[in-house]
Design a protein around this ligand. Structure first.
Ligand SMILES: Nc1ncnc2c1ncn2[C@@H]1O[C@H](COP(=O)(O)OP(=O)(O)OP(=O)(O)O)[C@@H](O)[C@H]1O
Ligand SMILES: [Mg+2]
Length: 450
């Protein structure tokens, strides 16, 4: 009943010459829950609509259970779609709304039992006689979900079905969707721009950027081994720290990655991944450190694989169960321009000019708006050259920190304190100039159990 959905080299242009989806290939297994994740405008809905048969691919093939399906009308595909704006018939009760597709499918049959079973499954049995205007947003969304489920389709296609709901209800319905699709064992393609939603729901997550697939993998894989800076920065909260570094590999000394005022000295003997960095000698790289890769502790407390640096506390963000400490370590942050500015970056004008030179080449490339090209990383988008006025909010000319570290609330931290930090090199990511991951080495097979 559940079906396999494949896209083979699928592209889509709405206007000639502008591909909003580019050569996308995906194999979604029967019963699999696949999430299409990416920022606004990256082509998620377009992909979903091509699977549904609401849009025709400009190039490439859509296959259902291995059969060419480009020409099939939506009704012939036996799929149910759930949209963000639930689209219920306003003059029909919940009962009639849920039963509607059943009556179309088989006019001779009483949809009642199926409608009631579905409503019980969704916890809306007592709402069946109400009309949409008598329901809350979350209840309406459940009715819409009921209408999709009642037909027992062979696949669900969901386009940001929870986007209009408040956070609490979203979490609740998210858990419900996970349970339902597991119980029904129906292939599901779920579109969202919310990485937390993607991580909690998906068997696999397909990360899209500018219509191009960046990475396809389990939530653990895309988090632990992001293939490029874009994926690394898009997935995970707080956002990964991205610092501009230089690989220093002298013939007669320890290898290190210079980070402005400080350096990460790579311990000997070098790990296989770190040895591979030697060929980058002298090159600029982007260092990625998730908040769990750095802890506040003195050098004497270092465990094997940890190296010491220090940072100046710029800002302490209290979150209840934990604290996010914004630190200035004397390095320069790197940015993924198309993701919204992760943090404000006020800077003195003179300093900005000096830093600017380093990434001039990349800036030129970014100006070409190569959205689907190399993942270009540069300074804060507000600094990205002339003609851009959307600069960062200017503070008192102080850096608000280049590194965010998580800690427990019992640390007595104050702005202006210099604190010791330990960086766990087992959690170090290094990306090249174009944002492609070079360490851990790209060819390394995921070893996620350790
Ligand atoms: N019918 C259309 N005609 C022309 N361009 C379109 C059409 N539909 C979408 N586009 C363009 O195609 C690109 C991808 O749109 P799509 O709706 O697939 O993005 P999305 O990832 O779903 O974004 P969002 O998260 O904002 O819903 C966008 O640049 C959009 O402007
Ligand atoms: Mg969309």
């Amino acid at each position: 009943m559940s079906r396999a959905v494949s896209l083979h080299q699928v592209s889509k242009s709405y206007t000639p010459g502008v591909r909003v989806v580019q050569r996308l290939s995906l194999d979604i297994g029967p019963g699999e829950f696949l999430v299409l994740l990416g920022p606004s405008g990256c082509g998620k809905s377009t992909v979903l609509r091509m699977i549904a048969g609401l849009e025709e691919p400009t190039e490439g093939e859509v296959r259902l259970d291995g059969e060419y399906a480009n020409h099939l009308a939506p009704a012939e595909r036996d799929m149910a779609m759930v949209f963000q704006n639930y689209a219920l018939y306003p003059t029909m009760s919940s009962r009639a709304n849920i039963g509607f597709p059943l009556r179309i499918e088989d006019p001779g049959r009483d949809p009642g039992p199926r409608v009631e079973a579905t409503a019980r499954m969704l916890g809306i049995a007592d709402l069946l006689d109400r009309f949409p205007h008598q329901l809350s947003g979350g209840e309406r969304q459940r009715v819409a979900m009921g209408r999709a489920i009642a037909r027992h389709p062979s696949a669900f296609l969901m386009d940001e079905p929870l986007a209009n709901l408040d956070a609490k209800l979203r979490n609740h319905l998210r858990a419900e969707i996970a349970r339902l699709t597991r119980d029904l064992d129906v292939t599901t393609v779920y579109v969202t721009h919310d990485q937390a939603e993607a991580m909690s729901l998906g068997d696999r997550v397909a990360v899209l950027r500018g219509g191009v697939l960046q990475q396809l993998g389990s939530p653990r894989e895309v988090y632990a081994l992001p293939e490029n800076v874009f994926v690394a920065a898009f997935i995970g909260t707080p956002r990964i720290n991205l610092l501009r570094g230089v690989v220093l590999a002298p013939l007669d000394g320890a290898m290190s990655i210079g980070l402005g005022r400080q350096a990460l000295v790579l311990p000997e003997p070098l790990s296989a991944d770190h040895s591979l960095l030697r060929v980058q000698q002298g090159r600029e790289v982007i260092v990625g450190l998730r908040s769990e890769a750095v802890r506040l502790a003195r050098p004497a407390r270092a465990r094997p694989g940890e190296v010491a640096i220090s940072g100046l506390v710029e800002h302490v963000e209290f979150q209840g169960h934990e604290v996010l400490v914004h630190l200035d370590t004397g390095s320069q942050p790197a940015f993924v321009p198309e993701l919204e500015a992760p943090r404000p970056m006020p800077r003195a004008a003179g300093r900005r000019r000096r830093e600017g030179r380093v990434f001039d080449r990349l800036r030129g490339r970014a100006a070409g708006a190569l959205r689907a090209g190399p993942v270009v990383v540069l300074e804060h988008p507000g600094d990205a050259g002339p003609g851009r006025s959307a600069g960062p909010p200017s503070g008192e000319g102080r850096l608000p920190g280049d590194l965010i570290v998580r800690t427990t609330p019992d640390h007595a931290l104050r702005q202006g304190m210099q604190v010791p930090l330990l960086v766990d090199l087992a959690h170090l990511f290094v990306f090249d100039h174009d944002g492609v991951r070079i360490s851990p080495a790209p060819a390394r097979l995921p070893n996620l159990e350790g």
